[in-house]
Design a protein around this ligand. Structure first.
Ligand SMILES: Nc1ncnc2c1ncn2[C@@H]1O[C@H](COP(=O)(O)OP(=O)(O)OP(=O)(O)O)[C@@H](O)[C@H]1O
Length: 243
């Protein structure tokens, strides 16, 4: 279980971007994190994972996150990533091995097999020796998922993984994540396409600075909760919103 206790964050010390968000998630699960632009979804993850300063604490199976870092993987928003960094696809995926390796340890043959296996899972094995800068957005996203796979993390956080990627990549990634769930992992996905919410997520976290709702999707994906988070203008194209 992962428990977030009073997670808060402020960038200027005056305005709260995230305020006292508390909830727990039992694995396995695929959890959607939704809310309007600027609601603090990314900030919540960064503060909860101690990537930025903030208040509150996160525990993994009762232990402070600092002691269980290897079990947590995070893929930041694409806009935060430097694609021009000169490394190959294989090297990029192998970075997932580093939480368990000291920097002076060599990557072994067995490690490279893990990398190859992960690349095969995301259907990117032919791209192993390409530079990451040569990939499409969807291909790159698949590489980042492969990196979390070699890390073998139990809790995986993905910030808007489907932005600007093609339907095939989205489907490949969702199938892979369902497989991760079957292995007992919990996957958190910041997502903005509300029409896919019911199909993709077992549980939902609805945020707008504060926690508006958290629970099984069929209980939380309601008009009342969405109006509270997004205001009255919310429109869910093709999706079913419960009363
Ligand atoms: N590095 C930063 N410095 C200052 N303010 C920031 C920074 N990052 C985010 N903010 C502000 O914090 C608030 C929450 O932003 P955040 O990016 O967490 O929202 P979000 O829900 O992920 O938004 P989106 O859906 O648009 O990605 C916003 O008001 C944003 O302008």
């Amino acid at each position: 279980m992962i428990a977030f206790d009073n997670i808060s964050a402020s960038y200027d010390g005056v305005h709260q971007a995230v305020e006292d968000v508390t909830f727990t998630v039992d694995k396995p699960a695929i959890v959607g994190i939704i809310g309007p632009n600027g609601a603090g979804k990314s900030t919540f993850i960064k503060s909860a994972l101690h990537l930025i300063d903030g208040g509150g604490s996160t525990t993994v199976d009762g232990k402070p996150l600092q002691k269980r870092k290897k079990e947590v993987a995070y893929v930041e928003q694409k806009s935060d990533i430097d694609y021009t960094f000169p490394i190959t696809v294989g090297e990029c995926v192998s970075l997932g091995l580093y939480p368990e390796k000291q920097f002076f340890q060599r990557i072994t043959k067995e490690d490279w097999q893990k990398v190859d296996h992960a690349l095969a899972l995301v259907k990117m094995e032919e791209f192993k020796d390409r530079q990451i800068g040569e990939l499409s957005g969807g291909q790159f996203q698949r590489i980042l998922i492969a990196r979390t796979f070699v890390q073998d993390a139990t809790f995986i956080f993905l910030d808007e993984p489907f932005v600007g990627i093609d339907a095939t990549s989205e489907q490949i990634i969702m199938e892979l994540l369902s497989g991760f769930k079957k292995e007992g992992k919990a996957i958190f996905i910041v997502h903005h396409d509300l029409s896919k919410v019911e199909r993709y997520f077992d549980e939902l976290v609805i945020l707008n600075k504060k926690l508006i709702a958290k629970g099984p999707t069929d209980e939380t994906f309601t008009k009342a909760n969405l109006q509270e988070a997004f205001g009255d203008t919310i429109f869910v194209g093709g999706g079913q919103v419960n009363d």
